[in-house]
Structures are given as C-alpha cells and as structure tokens.
Design a protein around this ligand. Structure first.
Ligand code: 5GP
Ligand code: MG
Length: 198
C-alpha cells in the first residue's frame, strides 16, 4: 500500500470563530471612538477579507481606504524590506483623521511600523492597528496591535486573505503549515484544500 503523506496543513481558526471574534471587535471599536467618524486603512492584499468583515461589524460612519505594502514577494519568509506599491498613497488624505490600520497578520512588525509612520507623516489625528492574527514571532519593530481576532504560534499561515505565492486567500478558515512538510507536498495539499474546502 502506498505511504500516505502526512498532512502539511492544519486548521488553526475556523471561519465561524473568526466571524464571532470580528463581530465583538467591531462593537469594541465603535465604543472606543464615540465621536464616530473613523478611517479604516486596509493593507492589500492580505488585509482585504478582514477589512471587509471588520468594516461591516462596526456600527459607525466609516471611510475605507487602502494601501499596498509588500515584503514577501511570493516566498515563505519576509524579505525584510517593506515597500509601498508606487502611486497608491498619492490621493490619500489622512490629515486630522482617526485611522485604524487593518491587516491580516502581525509578524515582524515592519509593515505596520512603515505604514504607521506614513500616517503620522500624513498628519493623521490618531493611528491604531487591527490585525486578524498576531504571530508569536521575533519582532523587528514594535507597534501596538490594539485590536486582534487571535494570537497564533510562529507558523506560516494561509487563508482568510493570506496567500502562499498568490494562492489560498479565499480559504474561509485559517491554515498553518507544518514546517517539516516538503514544499511540493504542501503545495499539492493546498491546491486540494482549495478545490474541496473542508
Ligand atoms: P511583518 O511586516 O509584520 O513582518 O509582516 C506582515 C506582512 O507579512 C503581512 O501583512 C503578510 O502580508 C505577511 N506575512 C507575515 N506572516 C505571514 C504568514 O504566515 N503567511 C502569509 N501568507 N503572509 C505572512
Ligand atoms: Mg500583508
């Protein structure tokens, strides 16, 4: 009998756990900003789904803006450099606004540091951060993540907006990669998950 390959991916968070925690976050954010007007600044592309879910969970007048920072470039680890996609910040007016940065995952902290500095330079009135998950990983930059759905172990994850080389963002659950899994098996199993959502 052929040897069955070990499962490369395990489910860390289900879509319903994420939905419940996101609803609670939305209510908390509305209570924290009683004067109303807020700007959610979503970081593309990973923050896309969390941005859409969180925005709909906040009962307050919102502006929704986006920026596209990049640091992974298709790999399993960050390049360590964060760049903002050319042109994206140009028509963004954050002066005097209360801004909440919305991203998929907080890892080294470099992305949120870079974007927080950008908001400060754009004279935002306040800047806070909301992330779907916060990874238990070494930080290169400290930023307070005031709003989060969950803390997770230091593993590479996909789903809920997070990708591996462009794929996996549309998985409704969050999946963690076994670091000992061979990459070709991991890729095959990711494609199988995408074709047959469990
Ligand atoms: P940081 O700048 O905090 O190191 O990383 C933040 C960015 O790196 C996230 O917005 C995300 O795009 C990417 N990232 C960090 N960890 C992971 C991960 O486990 N999986 C995926 N797909 N992207 C990650
Ligand atoms: Mg990102």
């Amino acid at each position: 009998m052929p040897f069955a390959p070990a499962r490369a991916w395990s489910r860390l968070l289900s879509a319903s756990e994420i939905a419940t925690a996101t609803a609670a976050l939305g209510a908390r954010i509305a209570a924290d900003y009683p004067s109303g007007e807020l700007t959610l600044l979503g970081l593309l592309r990973g923050g896309l789904f969390f941005l859409a879910d969180l925005a709909r969970a906040i009962p307050a007048p919102l502006r929704i803006e986006t920026l596209q920072p990049q640091s992974y470039f298709g790999a399993l680890v960050s390049s360590g450099q964060v760049t903002l996609a050319p042109g994206s910040p140009r028509d963004l007016d954050l002066a005097g606004r209360d801004v909440i940065l919305v991203d998929d995952i907080f890892d080294s902290g470099r992305t949120l540091r870079r974007v927080s500095d950008f908001c400060a330079a754009a004279r935002a009135r306040s800047v806070a951060a909301a992330c779907l998950v916060v990874k238990d990983a070494p930080r290169a930059a400290e930023v307070e993540v005031r709003y989060r759905v969950a803390d997770i172990p230091d593993r590479f994850v996909v789903g809920c907006g997070l990708d591996w080389d462009g794929l996996g963002r549309n998985l409704p659950d969050l999946w963690a990669l076994d670091p000992s899994a061979p990459q070709d098996a991991a890729r095959k199993q990711l494609l199988a998950l995408l074709a047959h959502p469990a």
